[in-house]
Design a protein around this ligand. Structure first.
Ligand code: AMP
Length: 401
């Protein structure tokens, strides 16, 4: 069964085409700069990579081009577009409506629209992608897989802020959490690798990419996570501040004559390790700069690892210990330095790293815990697209589509 997975952003559409029975990726690619100068498609298959530069004005045109390329005589991977049985979409925000992935119906579309105030940058792009498919392939079933739904299992004492309760009742201000698809995939895979029953395990997953979040998972359910009402809360990230005293933006508004948009930009785009180091948001650049003795790069790495360690400690408390700590995302999968620093000093919890294995672990599934470690420490490359494809298959089969 062939399933297309789409991740629609405001000016980009990423896609993967799966033969889901074999769990094989037939083709993948991205359309970038939609509606801007220099719009282009990059398409990759086993056999060759193709670049097409041309005007692409909107998501309809982007998806039309993707479909054309997928069935192209020269570089396509299917003969006929009808071979695609369903489309799975990454949808950022499902609010409190969606606790799991869902077949897209008129009612679901309405809910997605209602979630726009919660994710004003992301949900509109996801909706555009769904509408484009509906226009181009009206009969095809579509499934939404939400970044937030895995975290809907959090108890109220973990998801509520200490704000007037009406803000939750009237404006739905609460912790939602993000990266749920990744935390779900990595935690399940971690339990498999550790040969533990997922439904009885205590797992901490650290998704460390450009955005970063950490989740406490108990008996197969997310019980707390570091991102909150928006993806700004929690860990230090590439350009996002993570946790800070909420009085700081208010002080900046008052004293520096900043406005909401510039504060938003400061906290989301200019902070994090970029803000501290003044060098880069990219962990590779910072590790290089730190090794050359740049003090602010060293400081950025130290703060990043320290804050991660604080959350690991917090979630050990939440879970009453852990069976597994799993690292994923570009940094989690590659940076032995950050993994080591964030676990340093946690030996008394039974968290003991095998430094040699950690040093070598890159981009593949590896157990990096020492023999005498009570807690398994794993590196697990995430695969959100595979989860979306699997969920899509499961849902359309269940619904008899
Ligand atoms: P992602 O958003 O998951 O693609 O992750 C992006 C982050 O992963 C960036 O900060 C990269 O610097 C980081 N990253 C990728 N490869 C490496 C590497 N070999 N060592 C350290 N960080 C890396």
């Amino acid at each position: 069964m062939i399933i297309m997975v789409l991740n629609c952003g405001s000016s980009s559409v990423k896609y993967q085409l799966f033969d889901i029975k074999k769990e094989e990726v037939l083709a993948k690619g991205v359309v970038e700069r939609i509606g801007l100068d220099g719009s282009r498609l990059k398409h990759m298959t086993e056999k060759k990579d193709v670049f097409i530069e041309r005007e692409i004005n909107d998501h309809d045109e982007a998806i039309e081009l993707i479909i054309k390329v997928l069935s192209d005589e020269d570089y396509g991977v299917i003969e006929n577009i009808e071979e695609i049985k369903a489309v799975g979409h990454r949808v950022v925000h499902g609010g409190e409506y969606f606790t799991e992935s869902s077949l897209i119906t008129e009612e679901v579309m309405q809910r997605l629209e209602e979630c726009i105030p919660l994710a004003p940058l992301h949900n509109p792009a996801n909706i555009m992608g769904i509408k484009a498919i509906k226009k181009i392939l009206p009969e095809i079933p579509q499934v939404a897989v939400f970044d937030t739904s895995f975290h809907q299992s959090m108890p109220d004492y973990a998801y509520l802020y200490a704000l007037p309760y009406e803000l939750y009742e009237k404006r739905k201000i609460r912790r939602y959490g993000f990266h749920g698809t990744s935390h779900r995939y990595v935690s399940k895979r971690a339990a498999e690798l550790a040969k533990l029953d997922y439904n009885q395990a205590k797992i901490i997953t650290a998704h460390l990419g450009n955005g970063a979040s950490i989740t406490a998972i108990k008996n197969g359910k997310s019980v707390d996570t570091s991102m909150g009402y928006t993806p700004l809360e929690g860990l230090v990230m590439g350009t996002r501040s993570g946790d800070l005293d909420p009085a700081i933006p208010v002080a900046l508004l008052r004293e520096n004559r900043m406005n909401p948009a510039s504060i938003d930009n400061l906290l989301n785009k200019k902070s994090g390790v970029l803000g501290i180091s003044g060098i880069s948001s990219d962990m590779r650049d910072l590790e290089k700069a730190a090794s050359k003795g740049e003090d602010r790069a060293k400081l950025a790495l130290t703060i990043y690892a320290y804050r991660l360690k604080k959350y690991i400690g917090a979630y050990l408390a939440v879970l009453g210990g852990a069976d597994i700590i799993a690292f994923t995302g570009g940094i989690g999968e590659n940076s032995s330095f950050i993994r080591e620093k964030s676990l340093e000093g946690l030996e008394f919890f039974g968290i003991i790293l095998n430094k040699e294995k950690n040093e070598k672990a890159r981009k593949k599934e590896v157990d990096i815990s020492a023999k005498d470690s009570k807690v398994k420490i794993l590196v697990i490359p995430t695969n959100e697209e595979l989860v979306i494809a699997r969920d899509t298959q499961e849902i359309i089969e269940k619904e008899g589509k």
